[in-house]
Design a protein around this ligand. Structure first.
Ligand code: SF4
Length: 467
């Protein structure tokens, strides 16, 4: 049931998680086809905010046709208890509240937003930003009563969007920089966020000083501020508890939290690795770290990268394999800020394990990549296939090459087993293999084998841990 009788479409939590496909879209705001898009919240003095004011700079919804437009959503809020440290948290709620509006889908965050208005809702009368603004003003004030005044500006004029986009990037950077320098060991509590559970019910973010949220929009400081002002909200405190593994980043408190917040679906989480029990991913991540078995390294791709990655798959395909609140070995949702962390994938070898990434993202975080490795990581200009990548890594003396040598030595001492014969619809394993020991050596020492619709008959199965 709708919350507001004077709004032509329903506004309700039931629309959270809605998906609007392109054929059903009336217009797209932001999205991958346009360069400039952003959403930004600023806290202002009470005297500078006119409560309920809605401004539109550029064409309104009724003047737009079916295509993607540059878009900016700028929200100014004021309140005696509000401070700059809450801007990021209030900004992230845009995602939630837009998705309450029937036929108005919002995904991603900050400079990466993608919003679609459905044809159906447009025909029902949702044809002006004035209506969207009215709904957002009401939701923000009712859900976050510390907001005393709010005014919203919708920008579709391309030049104005581009100007403000640049300004917004500077503000995001300033926010992110605040938490750099603080270590996970320095704090007694982490924070959890369940905001994206409407899209991925078994996803729960763990936010630490050195593991920024997947969406890149909520730092440990932001989360702390949010949990304080809105204790019943989606962001909550997690007592760290005992550290079970400092390298992988396993804590009793984070395991308890993930178990509780995923209904028991996920029971353990390792914060600083892409393997084993990696942090889950919803779909809002800024980038994906993906395993490239042919070189035993990890590639990175960010949402804005258009072309195929070095393994031939585009971001969208890798994101599909990563999203959905699952723990999948070698597919790991990450934020850009996490790449600046000293604990970035530390259990996997950190930057020594990264072999490929788009040039744009490398340029952006260059200062945080160890100097002796930065030029050894390939970009799309150096390698567009895995074979080219292997040659580039060998030629440049990437640290991964040493890893290959060590593995080769290991392989030499391992007894060879007969190979199974794979035919179109069956696998025939020779007797020697069935009676022998099957040794699967994956990058971090683990494999998860999923057998679907399989019937297995065996007299005895022995699974041994190999150190
Ligand atoms: S990605 Fe994580 S931190 Fe960001 S909004 Fe979603 S659940 Fe919260």
């Amino acid at each position: 049931m709708s919350m507001f009788q004077d709004i032509p479409v329903e506004v309700s939590v039931i629309y959270e998680g809605q998906r609007i496909r392109w054929p059903d879209t009336h217009v797209e705001l932001g999205g991958p086809r346009v360069e400039h898009k952003f959403e930004l919240v600023r806290v202002k003095p009470l005297s500078e905010v006119e409560d309920g004011r809605i401004v539109i700079i550029g064409p309104d919804l009724k003047d737009m046709e079916k295509r993607s437009y540059p878009f900016g959503l700028y929200i100014e809020v004021a309140g005696s208890q509000l401070g700059e440290e809450l801007e990021g948290v209030i900004e992230r709620r845009i995602h939630e509240y837009c998705n309450y509006i029937e036929g108005f889908m919002h995904v991603n965050q900050r400079y990466d937003i993608q919003i679609r208005l459905s044809e159906k809702s447009y025909k029902k009368g949702l044809n002006s930003f004035q209506i969207i603004g009215k709904v957002l003003c009401r939701l923000f004030k009712s859900e976050l009563p510390i907001i005393e005044r709010i005014q919203i500006t919708f920008i579709t004029d391309p030049e104005k969007v581009a100007d403000m986009y640049r300004e917004a990037l500077g503000i995001y950077e300033k926010r992110d920089a605040r938490v750099r320098g603080l270590k996970d060991e320095d704090v007694s509590e982490f924070y959890g966020c369940n905001l994206c559970q409407s899209f991925a019910p078994t996803h729960s973010c763990i936010i630490t000083p050195q593991r920024y949220s997947n969406c890149g929009a909520i730092s440990w400081f932001d989360a702390r501020a949010s949990a304080m002002v809105d204790p019943k909200g989606p962001i909550f405190r997690i007592e760290k508890g005992d550290c079970l593994d400092p390298l992988k980043g396993e804590y009793t408190g984070t395991n308890d939290s993930i178990r509780k917040n995923t209904g028991g679906e996920i029971t353990r989480v390792w914060l600083y690795t892409a393997f084993g029990y990696p942090h889950t991913s919803c779909g809002c991540f800024e980038g994906v770290a993906f395993y490239i078995p042919e070189v035993d390294g990890l590639g990175i791709v960010h949402r804005g990268f258009r072309g195929p990655t070095v393994n031939g798959l585009p971001f969208s395909a890798l994101a599909d394999s990563t999203a959905g609140g699952r723990q999948i070995d070698g597919f790991h949702g990450i934020s850009i800020e996490y790449m600046r962390s000293k604990k970035f994938l530390q259990a996997d070898g950190g930057w020594k394990r990264i072999v490929w990434m788009p040039e744009a993202i490398k340029e952006r975080i260059k200062d945080f990549i160890p100097k002796d490795i930065v030029d050894k990581i390939a970009t799309e200009k150096d390698a567009s296939t895995v074979e080219e990548l292997r040659i580039f890594l060998e030629k440049g003396g990437h640290p991964i090459v040493e890893r290959w040598k060590e593995k080769e030595k290991e392989a030499e001492v391992r007894p060879r087993l007969a190979e199974p014969v794979v035919t179109e619809d069956k696998v025939e394993a020779p007797e020697a293999l069935l009676k022998g020991t099957i040794t699967t050596v994956a990058a971090p020492g683990t494999f998860r084998i999923v057998l679907k619709n399989a019937r297995i008959r065996a007299e005895k199965i022995t699974i041994k841990r190999l150190d």
